[in-house]
Design a binder for this molecule. Sequence first.
Ligand code: ZN
Ligand code: ZN
Length: 208
Amino acid sequence: MIIERIPCGVFQANCYVVGSENSGKGIVIDPAGDVDKIMKIVYEHELTIEYIILTHGHGDHIGGLLELKDKTKAPILIHSLDKDMLMNKEINLSNQMPMEPVEINPDKTVEDGETLALDDFEINIIHTPGHTPGSISIKIDKTIFTGDTLFKGSIGRTDLIGGSYDDIIDSINKKLVKYDNDVTIFSGHGPSSTIGIEKSTNPFIKKS
Ligand SMILES: [Zn+2]
Ligand SMILES: [Zn+2]
């Protein structure tokens, strides 16, 4: 599996290009900006982008959304509870960021437990609310893209519109920590980690 991390956009959020060498099909997670950099990776791996999936609706993760959709013609997917955020620059905060405000109607909404098949890999949607009501984590094989829910050694903010500290703690401890220690975590900002490292070092994970 191809996994490329591309920090981009106003707050250098991590965009990920994930694809299959066998089928040539791929997805883009959180096109935060710098679409030329994202497309360069897509072309290098000769991928056809089938979906653009958002871990949540915040402005710092969607700055390149319109341009990337225009270039790839791929549908935009977001959890139903973050749909209104994506469509409103005041809720997605893009009107307060040093960027063009973004308001987009997604092509499809996704729900907890939903699976998208992409020939030889499966994309599993895990609803992990707390940072925003519709935050999701995206599990593909032994990898989870956690957006702004779980970071290496930390967790996402819960003081923004719709945030909930209790929900993010529950999401992490009930829906993410259960995976094997060797599952890799790719988060929305900063470096990667593993479930095992987070279980032993992250202060927000409850000791069982
Ligand atoms: Zn966020
Ligand atoms: Zn962010």
